[in-house]
Structures are given as structure tokens and as C-alpha cells.
Design a protein around this ligand. Structure first.
Ligand SMILES: Cc1cc2nc3c(=O)[nH]c(=O)nc-3n(C[C@H](O)[C@H](O)[C@H](O)COP(=O)(O)OP(=O)(O)OC[C@H]3O[C@@H](n4cnc5c(N)ncnc54)[C@H](O)[C@@H]3O)c2cc1C
Length: 389
């Protein structure tokens, strides 16, 4: 049975995270204004919240499954604002390592913060159009190419890089490699200046005859598959797990906007009456009720995708459904908040304008809205990526 309920311990964690969020907001504006500065690994208040870690360790087995819980946690964190008091050693590269690395590789590198690099100047949505090459030379792989928009590329201790062993073969020749930061030929070329998500660094990295040991090929499978997805399937597998988390972040930011707006309205003596019939609603009530319904749909779709992952059920369709829904609401929710607030919404004094900018990328990274809809259509109509593109 699908179960999204929280046990008492989980509820206490969520409450504690809400409290932590109030502290995190103190830093949110600073790191938005100072994109060039990396936030410290720990903030002065970190020790105060150590009990949350212990409570997580004591979660127990009743209530919802682990991914559902971590999704709810992510929503709460982003509702508080993203900066964590203690940055966790986990990023997209870690999820890729968990999907395609051997057990030994996971043990060896799992403790490091790992970025993931797929996107290139000529390869975004069509992620199989990778130009970066990997060539075996003795007991080393030699990587050549350029990756852009690598989240945490500056901070991370290593980058999981997708490269092809043979460009003429396509998907079956694409493999993932663990490249430690500053391996010979690893060049950190640029740090992006972005519209939002400025607390998180985004890098362009060049690999120029970059040499890494042969055993850094994740999964250790050197064969090139002329049929099927080969190693490339690992990238899609990673997204099935991470897309619900991107959705959760967007939902968290939209909740923050909604909360801010309803509090501001309350200060003006305007309370939202959720029970009032449709003929008596004000325009503002109507908008907020519609937003609430979309938020609920996005949240349930996100939990469902996470729950399926925990049950070991293939969730490619559901991961795209939730990302598509959450991407949509991530654009509409903050936009609506700004509409209702008027001029005060766009001032530097409030965080709403920041959430508006931060959440825009929900609909871009790990597959744009159009790509999610393409995945959904293929899945429902039973078309291959060759038949529907
Ligand atoms: C903040 C941020 C962080 C990122 N982090 C990472 C990261 O850590 N690692 C990484 O590898 N990448 C990362 N990316 C890159 C991201 O995954 C790509 O931007 C995304 O896949 C889209 O690719 P593109 O920008 O090249 O757009 P394009 O693929 O050029 O698409 C441009 C437009 O065309 C549309 N389009 C493309 N193909 C189709 C189609 N077949 N049908 C209909 N419409 C289509 C798209 O939806 C989009 O609107 C990040 C991006 C951002 C903004």
C-alpha cells in the first residue's frame, strides 16, 4: 500500500528542520549577493542542530519509505531556503556513482562530494550527443573535451564525467568516469554567474589529455554495446532517482512563496477562507486555491515517484511526470506571489524575488519541461527514443 505518513520521529525531524530553516534564511541573501564566495562547509550554528542527524539515524521502519522521507525533508529544507548549516557530501555525481559504480568504487569515493558532468556546448537535452572522448592508453584513460554547467564543479572533490569510447557508435559507447579534481589535464575553466541558485557554484571544465587510472571507469565494463543503451542507461537510471529531488526543491521554494504571501495578506487583515464557495471567492482567493491544487498534485506525484524507487519499481514515467508538474508550478507559483505582492515582492528586502530566480532552473536542469513531456509520451505510447524525438 502506498504510504506517505510520517512517524513521530519523522515529524520531530521536520519540525526541527523548519526551525533550522529560520536560521538558514539569515545567510540566504548574503550568498545570493556574493555568488563569487563559496559558502563555508559549516556555519556557526551547526552544532545546535546536531540532534537532527541523530534523529535521522533513529528513524526506525514504521511510516513512509526512506526516499519519501528524504523528499519531504528536501521540501522542508528548500522551504527554509537552501543553504544548509552543514553542507552534506552528496550531489548528482554521488547519485551517479550509486547507480553505476561497483560496490568497491562506491566505498572508495562515496564519502567525497561528487559533481556530475554531462552537458557540453553542443550537447544538452540530447544527452547522447556527447563529444568528450575517453581513450585507453596503457593503464590509463585519456579524456578530451569540454563540460559546461557542472553544479558543484568548483567545490566538489571529484567529477563523474560522461564520455564516449567511440563517437560513431552512439549510446552504447558512452561511459562514466570518476575524475578527481586536478587530475593532470583537469582545467577548471570558468565559474558561471547565474540568475538564481547563486549559493551553488556552477563550473565549466575542460579535459585536455586528462589522465586517470583505468579502474576509474565506473562499473568497470569496457565493452562497447552496438545495441541498446549500454553505460548510457546508467545516466537515465540516475535521473529516475534524482528528478523527484529536483521536484522537491522546486516545491519547497513555492511553499516558501505561498507562506510569505499568505502572511503578508494576513498582516493586511485578509485571511484566505478555503471553504468559501466558488461564487463568493475573491480573485486572490481563486488564484491561491488553484495554486494549492497544483502544489498538491506536484507533491503527490513526487512522493509517488520516490515510493516506486524504494519498492524497486521502474519509475521512468513517474519521475518525468513529477518533474514536469513541479517544473510547471515552480514557474507559476513564484510568478503568482509577485503578482499578488505587487512592488514589495521585487524588493531586495524580501526573499520572494530570490525564490522566483532560484526556482526557475527546476524546469531546466536534469531535463527541461519539453524533454519530460517527451519521455512521458514515449512511455505512454510505447515509442522508443528513435521513434519519437
Ligand atoms: C543551474 C543549472 C545547473 C546545471 N547542472 C548540471 C550538472 O550538474 N551537470 C550537467 O551535466 N548539466 C547541468 N546543467 C545543464 C542542464 O542539464 C541543461 O541545461 C539541460 O539539459 C538543457 O540543455 P540545454 O541548456 O543545452 O538546452 P537545449 O537542449 O539546447 O534546449 C533548448 C530548448 O529547446 C528545447 N528542446 C530541446 N530538444 C527538444 C525536443 N526534442 N523537443 C522539444 N523541445 C526540445 C528545450 O526544452 C529548451 O527549451 C545545469 C543547468 C543549469 C541551468
Amino acid at each position: 500500500m502506498v504510504d506517505f505518513s510520517l512517524n513521530e520521529n519523522d515529524k520531530n525531524i521536520i519540525r526541527a528542520l523548519r526551525k533550522q530553516g529560520e536560521v538558514q534564511r539569515k545567510y540566504a541573501r548574503y550568498y545570493d549577493d556574493h555568488e563569487e564566495e563559496l559558502a563555508p562547509d559549516e556555519f556557526p550554528e551547526a552544532a545546535e542542530f546536531d540532534y537532527i542527524k541523530q534523529m535521522e539515524a533513529d528513524r526506525g521502519h514504521d511510516g513512509c519509505t526512506p526516499t519519501v522521507f528524504f523528499l519531504l525533508k528536501t521540501i522542508t529544507e528548500y522551504r527554509g531556503d537552501f543553504l544548509r548549516l552543514r553542507l552534506p557530501p552528496y550531489a548528482l555525481g554521488n547519485a551517479t556513482l550509486a547507480s553505476v559504480g561497483t560496490e568497491e568504487q562506491q566505498k572508495k569515493w562515496g564519502h567525497m562530494l561528487l559533481a556530475m558532468a554531462n552537458t557540453e556546448p553542443g550537447c544538452g537535452s540530447d544527452s547522447k550527443a556527447i563529444e568528450t572522448t575517453a581513450t585507453l592508453d596503457g593503464d590509463e584513460w585519456v579524456l578530451n573535451g569540454e563540460k559546461i554547467f557542472v553544479s558543484h564543479g568548483v567545490r566538489a572533490g571529484g567529477v563523474v564525467v560522461w564520455a564516449t569510447l567511440d563517437k560513431s557508435v552512439g549510446r552504447g559507447a558512452i561511459k562514466a568516469f570518476l575524475v578527481p579534481k586536478y587530475a593532470p589535464g583537469f582545467i577548471l575553466a570558468k565559474e558561471e554567474k547565474k540568475m538564481g541558485n547563486r549559493y551553488s557554484d556552477t563550473a565549466a571544465i575542460v579535459f585536455k589529455d586528462c589522465r586517470i587510472p583505468r579502474e576509474n571507469l565506473l562499473g568497470l565494463d569496457e565493452t562497447i554495446k552496438t545495441k541498446g543503451g549500454g553505460g548510457f542507461k546508467g545516466l537515465m537510471k540516475t535521473f529516475n532517482l534524482t528528478r523527484p529531488f529536483v521536484s522537491a526543491r522546486g516545491i519547497g521554494h513555492v511553499l516558501a512563496c505561498r507562506e510569505f504571501v499568505t502572511d503578508e495578506l494576513k498582516k493586511e487583515g485578509i485571511e484566505i477562507d478555503w471553504e468559501v464557495g466558488q461564487y463568493k471567492r475573491t480573485a486572490v482567493q481563486q488564484k491561491l486555491i488553484e495554486l494549492e491544487a497544483e502544489l498538491e498534485a506536484a507533491t503527490l506525484a513526487t512522493m509517488h515517484a520516490g515510493w516506486l524507487a524504494d519498492k524497486g519499481v521502474y519509475n521512468n514515467l513517474e519521475a518525468s511526470v513529477c518533474k514536469s508538474k513541479a517544473g510547471d508550478i515552480s514557474r507559476k507559483g513564484p510568478q503568482l506571489a509577485l503578482e499578488i505582492l505587487g512592488a514589495s515582492g521585487i524588493t531586495h528586502d524580501q526573499l520572494v524575488e530570490k525564490w522566483f530566480r532560484d526556482t526557475r532552473a527546476t524546469d531546466i536542469y536534469e531535463g527541461t519541461a519539453e524533454i519530460q513531456r517527451l519521455v512521458i509520451a514515449r512511455s505512454i505510447l510505447n515509442y522508443s527514443s528513435q521513434e519519437l524525438k
